[in-house]
Ligand binder design. Sequence first.
Ligand code: NDP
Length: 585
Amino acid sequence: MTDTTSSEKPLAGQKLKREPKPQEYYDAIKARFAEERDLRLSYRPEGTSQFTTELDGKLKVYATDPYAEAEITRDPITDYVEVLFIGGGFSALLTSARLRQAGVESIRIVERGADVGGTWYWNRYPGVACDVVAYDYLPLLDETGYVPTRHYAGGQEIWDYCKMIADKYSLYDLAVFQTTVTSTIWNAEEKVWEVGTDRGDRMKAKFVVCANGTLTMPKLAKIAGMEAFQGHSFHTSRWDFEYTGSDLENLGDKVVGIIGTGATAVQAVPNLAKAAKELYVFQRTPSSIDVRDDWETDPEWAKTLKPGWQARRRERAMKMGSLTAIRVDADGKEISAEEKVRLQENANIDYMMRIHKRIDEIVEDKATADALKPWYMFMCKRPCFHNDYLPSFNRPNVHLIDTHGKGITEIGPDGPVFEGTTYKLDLLIYATGFEVQKTGTWNQILGEAGQDLQDKYAEGIRTLFGIHTHGFPNMFVMGGYQAPFNFNLTDMLQIQGDHIAACIAHVRDNGLDTIDCSAQAEEDWVQEVIKHRGKTNRNAECTPGYYNFEGEFNRRQDGNYNGGMPAYLEFLKASEQDFAKFDLS
Ligand code: NDP
């Protein structure tokens, strides 16, 4: 989950340096940010509905799994398991590890892909890697004894690691793949969930964990004529290696286009640039690209790691998290809330101007360099880190087609059309991202008295800790809203997974049937979430993107908990020490 207000990378220092620039300098840049945002919004005022995830009919190919070796056939399943995970990515894997430690034997993963891994199963595009340091991102390193091979792990290594976890905790035994959960219905008489799937299954489970990920569904921009394109095309999360070759070796005589310049494109473009005869990059809004400080893990360093090293690293990071905000001025005096916001914004602008400077230093053609400059606050969009993306634009075969906020609105049989020019392509790659899942769930969920979760959330999301929701006993949501945003998502997921395992252990150890939060506990948490949101207008002032739902209005409760990770962790720990205190019973 994402939010613009909670991470302030440029502000890592506690003490302020005296500002060398006048406030007018910053105000002028802020005004330019606002202009660019308004321009972008004027082209696509329809917000998130400019995209579609309904990939059927002619668009079905963009969602079809190209990686599964063969479609499985099996009879529908009607058995009972203790814990069922909807989704087989890191949420399920790291929570399962804790459940095994608590003695839970009967665990089933139900997964749409043909293996575990979630994001790392689907995203195999050339250059795929994680932007979070691997020693933090890969969970359970203390438990598995694994040490990542690089500072930033590549996608293949991360996916292999997911499989290693599944093996270690015997999660393949009951897992079902190529299966999509379609309904989750509470059976009040038997006190079990009945889970229906697209394969006609009707599985029963005592506990259900919605572990279906936050950016799961590939989305396409609704572009007139896209079905008419006569060349080859695919979405980045469904990479067609048969067409491109496993090392893109088939692209040497191909003219390739890529729509989108987000985190995925930033990693894929350098490889496409080297492999394709010609590459056209269709840009609407540039990403901010900073240095990627990567290296191979030093085996000597790895040898020095003592048991429990990752847990200690996480603890240290958690403590540091609370020190990132500016609280005092250069003389150590407390500053007002308004002053704090002003200074934070100025520091943010300084950072973005450093990003601009880096572009000027790397990109040779001035017009291209200017077009690659992002005009918005840091963290309005997902920041990117890459050393080869910007230099790609110095290659003679790479062409930036900057649509300056407008985006591609038309595709003809030969390729994308912009300002009267048709870009004739052999291959068109959609790097247009994923739908942000607002509620933490995709399938139809009916709780006590047949209440539909979507109806319950019609006036806003209602949870305790983003995990429990009253009237849906023994159900847990991972990675959804009303929980904090953390750039290292697995850290957040581990905290939630630990809590879910503690809740399940509590039910088992006390011979209970169910665990649910009270309506009051839920209301208290909704108010706690609201209290911490909307301290600044930063989110609304940002250029549109998936972080702010393309500029759409968003209820205060429909977002992350911005009280900080340490506070969130304290809430969870307190609830586990005294379940009754949080009406979790
Ligand atoms: P994004 O949603 O970040 O990017 C989609 C891109 O498509 C944007 O550049 C968007 O432009 C562009 N776009 C949409 N419609 C049009 C149009 N009509 N014409 C031209 N361009 C258009 O998706 P990504 O797949 O890049 O990334 C999704 C997320 O996945 C990341 O933010 C990150 O959280 C995760 N990820 C992480 C990685 C990592 O750890 N390194 C790697 C890859 C992904 P605009 O900006 O104007 O909306």
